[in-house]
Write a protein that binds this ligand. Structure first.
Ligand code: ADP
Ligand code: MG
Ligand code: MG
Length: 479
């Protein structure tokens, strides 16, 4: 029986109870704190919205995305460690983007210090959507949405989701259970962090999770913390979750660049914040960040990896000359990346090309306006794009923005468990593939690819943030 047929005969109340039981059994680990509420009341903690059953995904495109991750890892590594190449792109944005400018200045400051990080780590998630080639012939093409190098969430929750879908498919005796790919996203995140901590080579030194103030996305972080504690062979590994403002009050650097949190030496700094200018709302916070980056502690990501994830590099990926330089003319990598890159324009290019300009004005719903910002809430599409475009052109602030053609992924019906009930939605999906890098003195000591996250959202939504309730955690079965 197909999932859809099975769903028709289904007792929704029974299913809802089952979902609630499952979410409860996984406790707060698959949960977030509702925005604007405090963690001190359990009723404020609710499970992430999730799909009841997995979504179909073309096997060839999934396998391609997994394979391409090694090219993406190489790209991030190359950008991070070739400052001239990085600057050749950043220089166009630095004067119009104060956030990038300050980060780049801090990078110069760090290079002049007499000591350096013991190692530098980067956890990457490359996000894709499938472009539907035609409504009539079911053919799709993998398109790159973005490459993330900082504060990547949901790696742990993704693995738990896959387990739920396995339970569900087994219950309904669906053959699709054999089509669920393994998901090592959780292992990749934990093992990369644990390896980084070990490289520091002081079992008494602690790990700092640097979190935003009023963090609400707690579940995923708890799973990572539990994973680190359970896999670490040292019994007294200390992990502390701290905000940048707490760091400004409680951390210090000694003359050798060793970082301390109160009296504890710090081996590893894992950022789940520091990607948005709003996180740096006063100078104390900037100074705290500079202290962390100046220290010998391993950072995930270090500043150069953070910079390498800026969206402006994606624009550069559409230039063949840039790709050739990044990949030293290695055609296989160049082809891989060219194949997944979507059409993009600077605002200047769009305004100077009457055909493109007309396309945007007549069909603003076919484009996304972006800039080098992370964390959701920074993209515009449709009428909002037109309004924003007018504003930024009027303010002469268009240099840091760019336009990307909209991807239209296949839409399908699904069932969602959200806020204690089951709802039906027409959804589309975004696949994220994980990668990680660890470098010592600029040399790669570890490189991995593996694991995925599938986030689905109502097809009418512009974005699909999970914790904001706009999107759902999902998983895939391969078709
Ligand atoms: P962020 O770093 O804030 O996640 P993204 O570039 O991933 O920024 O954009 C946010 C969301 O907007 C994506 O998760 C996706 O749902 C949607 N999106 C972005 N670019 C496109 C595009 N070209 N076509 C369709 N949807 C897009
Ligand atoms: Mg994104
Ligand atoms: Mg992002």
């Amino acid at each position: 029986m197909s999932i859809e047929q099975w769903m028709k005969n289904l007792d929704r109340n029974e299913l809802n109870c089952e979902c609630q039981r499952w979410a409860f059994a996984h406790g707060k680990c698959v949960s977030f704190v509702q925005r604007c509420f405090a963690l001190n009341d359990d009723s404020n903690v609710i499970p992430y919205p999730f799909t009841i059953y997995p979504s179909p995904y073309p096997r060839n495109e999934y396998e391609r995305a997994c394979r391409i991750q090694s090219a993406i890892n190489r790209l991030v590594y190359r950008l991070a460690f070739d400052i001239q190449m990085m600057d050749s792109v950043l220089e166009k944005f630095i004067d119009c983007d104060p956030f990038i400018k300050r980060l780049r200045e801090i990078y110069d400051h760090i290079q002049q210090l007499p000591y350096q990080s013991v190692a530098e780590t980067c956890i990457i998630r490359t996000d894709y959507m499938l472009q539907e080639m035609s409504q009539f012939v079911k053919r799709t093409k993998l398109r790159l949405i973005e490459i993330n190098t900082i504060a990547i969430g949901l790696g742990a929750a993704a693995k738990v989701m896959r387990e739920w879908h396995k339970i569900f498919l087994t219950k309904i005796q669906s053959d699709f259970v054999s089509q669920l790919p393994k998901n090592e996203s959780h292992d990749l995140v934990i093992e990369s962090l644990l390896e980084s901590w070990k490289i520091y080579d002081n079992p008494k030194a602690m790990i700092l999770f640097v979190i935003p103030e009023r963090e609400f996305n707690i579940g995923d972080q708890m799973l990572i913390e539990q994973g680190l504690l359970s896999r670490c062979d040292h019994p007294s590994l200390l992990i502390k979750h701290v905000t940048l403002i707490e760091i400004s009050r409680c951390c210090s650097l000694n003359s050798k660049g060793i970082l301390f949190f109160r009296e504890f030496e710090v081996a590893l700094v894992y950022y789940r914040t520091a990607y948005d200018p709003k996180h740096f709302y006063n100078e104390d916070i900037w100074q705290a960040y500079i202290m962390l980056e100046s220290s010998c502690a391993v950072k995930c990501p270090s500043l150069r990896y953070h910079l390498a994830g800026m969206k402006c590099f994606q624009l550069a990926l559409t230039e063949e000359s840039f790709l050739k330089e990044v990949f030293n003319e290695e055609q296989e990598f160049i082809d891989d990346v060219t194949d997944i890159t979507e059409e993009m324009f600077t605002i200047e290019q769009a305004m100077n090309d009457p055909v493109v300009q007309q396309r945007i004005l007549e069909h603003p719903e076919c484009f996304y306006l972006k800039q080098s910002r992370e964390g959701g809430g920074n993209v515009y599409c449709g009428e909002m794009l037109k309004e924003r475009l007018n504003e930024i052109v009027e303010k002469n602030d268009s240099k840091r923005y760019f336009l990307m053609s909209r991807i239209s992924p296949p839409i399908r019906p699904s069932l969602i468990c959200s806020k204690g009930s089951i709802i039906e939605r027409q959804i589309n999906s975004e696949l994220g593939i994980f990668g990680s890098l660890i470098t010592q003195n600029g040399k790669l000591v570890s490189e991995r690819s593996g694991g995925y996250l599938l986030r689905s959202k109502p097809s009418s939504n512009i974005e699909g943030g999970i914790a904001s309730g706009q999107g759902y955690i999902d998983s895939i079965y391969l078709v």
